[in-house]
Write a protein that binds this ligand. Structure first.
Ligand SMILES: Cc1ncc(COP(=O)(O)O)c(C=O)c1O
Length: 306
């Protein structure tokens, strides 16, 4: 199987789509937008830059983006050209476990940080796009899964290279594609296939996420700010009761081989990114390290009630 066939296998139920591999990160892609906070909203200003009016149809900003807006909170305009949302907020650690129902309004998703995390019903979407760098392969290519009926109607002035029709009809090889990244993506799809495809991957991801959230919830020393129903299986942010210990935690974790746990600079704290490629044994090691680190500071584990 080549990369296309393997992805077609991984993607689940078939529908009339084109699979397009683009060069460049996802911010080159590119309404209505469902706001989940920075990173999740990256496409909105770009959409307005190409002539579209942008309206936010739901946002959890008042509570610090600690959850996903529920279906009942969303206010769609049935005449909107499309609704855009990001399925996993890489920074805040929130994730859609149920996708929004937009009726007849086309649904567009940025799945850069959780594509291939579990089987999904691709028929729910008109367009899915994802930068490769989390669950597909090396940075530098972007995957676009788009329904045939959305191809071929570009805004005036769209450069040839950014026209999906150009790339779809050329098998994503209108010009020289990022061949090495594409080849490596194929190896990743094969790796997924060998682990039982997306269903197999979902079981592994669930075990990893539950272990980590379980350890955080069982402790008064660590906390995760996200509503439990909206927690991401890919990015697990957590804080220490005493933020003055953050740097010590990170330093000792690094020495124990647990690297890059520093939270995004916009939110601070810690973040464990446990994408598909991160092994379950890594989560076991992190949980053990967290317990050991906490055990050395028993005075800080005591909950003080007013
Ligand atoms: C959900 C999401 N969207 C978009 C981006 C930005 O992607 P790129 O840097 O490839 O443009 C990221 C970061 O990788 C992300 O996590």
């Amino acid at each position: 199987m080549d990369a296309n066939e393997l992805l077609a296998f991984a993607r689940g139920p078939a529908f009339d789509i084109a699979l397009i591999v683009f060069v460049g990160g996802m911010l080159l892609r590119l309404f209505e937008v469902l706001s989940l906070g920075r990173k999740a909203d990256l496409s909105a200003p770009r959409a307005s830059g190409v002539g579209g009016g942008v309206r936010t149809v739901g946002s959890t900003e008042p509570s610090g983006f600690d959850r996903i807006p529920s279906q009942g909170e969303l206010d769609f305009d049935p005449k909107a050209a499309y609704v855009h949302f990001t399925s996993n907020n890489t920074i805040m650690g929130t994730q859609f476990h149920e996708y929004p129902d937009t009726g007849d309004v086309p649904l567009v998703a940025d799945m850069s940080s959780d594509i291939l995390w579990r089987p999904i019903d691709a028929n729910r979407f008109n367009l899915i796009y994802a930068g490769a760098q989390k669950n597909i392969g090396p940075a530098g290519l972007t995957l676009v899964i788009v329904r045939d009926d959305l191809i071929g109607n570009p805004i005036t002035g769209t450069p040839t290279m950014f026209n999906y029709a150009t790339q779809a009809s050329a098998g994503s090889m209108y010009n020289t594609p990022p061949t090495y990244g594409w080849y490596l993506a194929g190896l990743v799809f094969r790796w997924l296939h060998e682990r039982g495809g997306l269903a197999g991957m979902a079981a592994i991801n669930e075990r990893k996420a539950k272990l980590l959230y379980g350890a955080i919830d069982a402790s008064d020393f660590y906390a995760n700010p996200v509503d439990p129903t909206c927690r991401s299986w890919m990015n697990v942010p957590f804080t220490l009761t005493d933020p003055d210990l953050d740097s010590e935690f990170l330093e000792q974790a690094g020495e124990a081989g647990l690297k890059t746990l520093k939270g995004h600079r916009s939110v601070g704290g810690m973040r464990a990114s446990i994408y598909n490629a991160f092994p379950a044994a890594g989560c076991d090691a992190l949980v053990q390290f967290m317990k050991d680190f906490e055990a050395l500071r028993p005075d800080l584990s005591v909950v003080v009630t007013p």
